[in-house]
Design a protein around this ligand. Structure first.
Ligand SMILES: [Zn+2]
Length: 123
């Protein structure tokens, strides 16, 4: 995987971040939350690779089911820039659509079977 230093933001620009990660293989996820968001996510990377440059106070945390994954949203524009993963809480993924200069629609994407990680049916 080729990692590069990328900048990203939420839609309203309150939350800005820098991340060193590969963009491919990108993945969608079929869990109940991702299905509704439809976001394409980067491969997972270590927490130290993500730096929030501004707007940390605007981030709202959403958790469900096993409450292991941490999904962060901008409370102003509702955009979801990144989450801490369920499979390994030390790892994060960024929403490719939030990254500057990258068109998520040009990337080939697999589907992660997040639904299989839910302990509660239909959660
Ligand atoms: Zn925002």
């Amino acid at each position: 995987m080729n990692t590069e230093l990328l900048r990203g933001s939420c839609h309203c620009g309150t939350v800005k971040f820098e991340v060193r990660t590969a963009v491919v293989p990108a993945a969608r996820c079929n869990c109940s939350l991702c299905r509704r968001k439809g976001a394409l996510m980067t491969p997972a990377f270590a927490a130290a690779e993500l730096m929030i440059l501004q707007g940390e106070e605007a981030l709202t945390l959403y958790q469900f089911n096993t409450r292991t994954a941490k999904h962060y949203f901008c409370k102003h524009c509702g955009i979801y820039p990144f989450h801490k993963t369920r499979t390994d809480p030390r790892l994060w993924r960024v929403n490719v659509g939030c990254l500057d200069g990258i068109d998520p629609y040009t990337l080939e994407a697999g589907v992660a079977n997040g639904a299989s990680l839910s302990l509660v049916e239909e959660a």
